[in-house]
Design a protein around this ligand. Sequence first.
Ligand SMILES: *[C@@H]1O[C@H](CO)[C@@H](O)[C@H](O)[C@H]1NC(C)=O
Ligand SMILES: *[C@@H]1O[C@H](CO)[C@@H](O)[C@H](O)[C@H]1NC(C)=O
Ligand SMILES: *[C@@H]1O[C@H](CO)[C@@H](O)[C@H](O)[C@H]1NC(C)=O
Ligand SMILES: *[C@@H]1O[C@H](CO)[C@@H](O)[C@H](O)[C@H]1NC(C)=O
Length: 500
Amino acid sequence: MDYSYLLFVNFFVFCTCSASQPNFVLLFADDLGFGDLGCYGHPTSLTPNLDRLAAGGLRFTDFYCTSPVCSPSRASLLTGRYQTRSGIYPGVLYPGSRGGLPLNETTIAEVLKPLGYATAAVGKWHLGFGANGTFLPTKQGFDQYLGIPYSHDMGPCWNLTCFPPDVKCFGLCDVGTVTVPLMQNDAIKQQPVDFLNLERAYSDFATNFIAASAKKKQPFFLYYPSHHTHYPQYAGPGAAGQTLRGPFGDALFEFDTTIGNIMTTLEKTGVLNNTLIIFTSDNGPELMRMSRGGNAGLLKCGKGTTYEGGMREPAIAYWPSTIRPGVTHELASTLDILPTFASLAGAKLPQVVLDGVDMTEILINHGKSKREAMMFYPTDPSEMYGLFALRLGRYKAHYYTRGATHSGTTPDQDCPVFAVLKAHDPPLLFDLEADPSENYPLSLVGKPELQAVLEQIKKVKQQFEASMVFGKSQISKGVDPNLEPCCNPQCSPKPSCCMC
Ligand SMILES: *[C@@H]1O[C@H](CO)[C@@H](O)[C@H](O)[C@H]1NC(C)=O
Ligand SMILES: *[C@@H]1O[C@H](CO)[C@@H](O)[C@H](O)[C@H]1NC(C)=O
Ligand SMILES: *[C@@H]1O[C@H](CO)[C@@H](O)[C@H](O)[C@H]1NC(C)=O
Ligand SMILES: *[C@@H]1O[C@H](CO)[C@@H](O)[C@H](O)[C@H]1NC(C)=O
């Protein structure tokens, strides 16, 4: 019996007899690694809701983000394009950055809006703030936004409230900038933000948005990029001290609790069957933070590197009426989310070079991926060096390797910043299916079949690089402290007077 055929028919009937378009909920964790979830093998993480999504949905083993750091990865997620095209490199945006995701880039929200979707973003944006909030989510297709427009450690951490309130927070973070603001659409609602009640505010915003859209019978797109589980970790009263894993585990548990609230609301409002939920993370764990960073599981190194630990992520797709539970080993990426949502909603694709492919077939049939290759750019991509690595099918070739500050502290000498840039000719070749930990480079001696693989990889690399047009770097435009969000713009002395 060919069940995949049945499922396809089922999906087709579902799509035609239900006039309503599917809703989309995109959950994005921060600095969460391959080994951090209960359903990916972590022994003490408490992630009952994510585990439930994994058990009832499709769990990916070979899912990649496009950059080992935050802003570029988010640019690719929302545009379906490598960050080199949109100019979100090198590194990440800062509170006073002049640049941001160019407004002529088309985001998932902008793809869905013409079809009548309600759109909302809640949480960490990190695609720019700019003069008078030029680059905020409301300028990129989101009807509503509640959140911190960048990382929550981009401000003095000693003012970050922890639980219980008399416990001092960890570290100093960025002491030279304004305290961390909470934005509601384009306005500063709170500065500094109250971290103890932040997750509750996010959860209420998300569930209210779902309930309001469901009531209006309007299809919706909810984008929830969480601050959890980025350093230095915080958690409100419901989660602090609740896990065996400590501060990292508490932060993750708090995020998981919000996911549970979202699911309950989808169920109660009767739209769960018509909602595709996707969960993944922006990049690998920040190993330099030790137990306050994440865990890459069996993958090599973490954040900042182009080893697997930097860019291979947990990913779950859940859609009870449509996705059969299981595990897929197909190659997929954050790049593929925009084309997939567009295809499921019947939306037009933007008229630009897209790097994403439609993964509907993987979702509804446990079918084959249309993605042949995954490209690995370093945190500072350049035309001179090009790709650091390329995965084609089961093989990954490293042309350059380098450690990173973010990946310090583990015993593996290849991970920390002391592992300087190294060119490999011939490239280091790994069979990721046999050796996901990149422990055993393959010898080419007397192996014509592996030499043929390398030739093929070289061809794909050349074709890809010939087609890559680097967008002007938005991050190299630098920072202007006057652009940092300040609820009291005329005050002095800055940045400390920006408090309301
Ligand atoms: C956006 O505008 C810039 C500057 O004019 C241009 O270089 C870039 O190609 C445009 N991007 C898109 C996606 O149209
Ligand atoms: C922001 O907008 C106000 C009012 O339009 C203007 O006076 C101010 O110069 C703008 N600030 C920046 C940094 O562009
Ligand atoms: C932040 O903490 C420092 C050091 O404890 C204190 O001097 C300062 O007043 C605090 N600022 C705010 C905005 O709470
Ligand atoms: C959701 O879909 C499942 C499977 O198709 C079905 O058993 C269930 O009754 C549906 N629930 C609702 C509320 O439509």
